[in-house]
Design a protein around this ligand. Structure first.
Ligand code: HEC
Ligand code: HEC
Ligand code: HEC
Ligand code: HEC
Length: 148
């Protein structure tokens, strides 16, 4: 009786663990990693206000504390990821960053790549307080490839 119970517990633990491993949310890798393969986009993004969003919030007299501002003025609500980086619009990259996945857009999307839409912008440009609405545009950075 006791032994059967232990087996059930052990099996549940293994199943539980493997579920955790396969379901783990992708994590942020940082713009420097995307730069290796997307230099055109990176170099132009680095000149934008998005890239400097953490600095500018901190320099503001409205600065309160991190959580109040960094939800929108950083990539992962975290100063370690300063600026509205690539992954704030394109999704956390740990699972799609490899060449074999990236080459295949369908695979990349399944691994968390986001092709931004108006809804992506609205996540931060919600139209409240100073968070002005911005109409969707591709021209938030330069592109290597023309629009599809
Ligand atoms: C190992 C190289 C490599 C890395 C690292 C990489 N990419 Fe890519 N990415 C590619 C390739 C190759 C393509 C497909 C051809 C192209 O669009 O340049 C691609 C395509 C894309 C696309 C366009 C998908 C489409 O067809 O509409 C986006 C968006 C993108 N990558 C974003 C990112 C972001 C954000 C990062 C960092 C988190 C990143 N990539 C890291 C190589 C890479
Ligand atoms: C809900 C998301 C959100 C939050 C939270 C937020 N901001 Fe912003 N902030 C934005 C957006 C979006 C813009 C850009 C608006 C635009 O399109 O011009 C912006 C712009 C700014 C600017 C630049 C304004 C200018 O005139 O150039 C400053 C400074 C700023 N925010 C400071 C802060 C500070 C400080 C906090 C915390 C107290 C904060 N923000 C919280 C979304 C947010
Ligand atoms: C403010 C949101 C935003 C940020 C930040 C951002 N992107 Fe984009 N990105 C877009 C939009 C919008 C498109 C156009 C999607 C479309 O064509 O419909 C795009 C398209 C792309 C594409 C595919 C088209 C092409 O050839 O350029 C790549 C690759 C890409 N981004 C990489 C990056 C990388 C790398 C970074 C960081 C250095 C980055 N993006 C930062 C919004 C963003
Ligand atoms: C993660 C939050 C976030 C997302 C997603 C986001 N933005 Fe922003 N955006 C900001 C913040 C914060 C600023 C203000 C940066 C600053 O000046 O400190 C800003 C600034 C801008 C500005 C500059 C406004 C000015 O005063 O010059 C434009 C344009 C803009 N965003 C367009 C877009 C578009 C278009 C999208 C969607 C493709 C988008 N943003 C997605 C947070 C975001």
């Amino acid at each position: 009786m006791k032994r059967a119970f232990l087996v059930v517990v052990a099996v549940a633990a293994i199943l539980g663990l493997s579920a955790l491993v396969t379901d783990a949310a992708p994590t942020y890798i940082g713009a420097e990693k995307c730069k290796m393969c997307h230099k055109v986009q990176y170099d132009s993004w680095a000149q934008t206000k998005h890239a400097k969003a953490t600095e500018s919030a901190k320099a503001s007299k409205e600065w309160k504390f991190e959580a109040a501002c960094l939800t929108c003025h950083a990539t992962n609500k975290d100063e370690a990821m300063a600026g509205v980086q690539c992954e704030a619009c394109h999704g956390a990259g740990s699972d799609y960053k490899t060449l074999s996945v990236m080459k295949d857009v369908a695979k990349a999307k399944a691994a968390g790549l986001v092709i931004p839409t108006q809804a992506t912008c609205d996540g931060c440009h919600d139209g409240k307080e100073h968070h002005k609405k911005q109409a969707f545009t591709r021209e938030v950075h330069a592109h290597k490839a023309p629009a599809k």
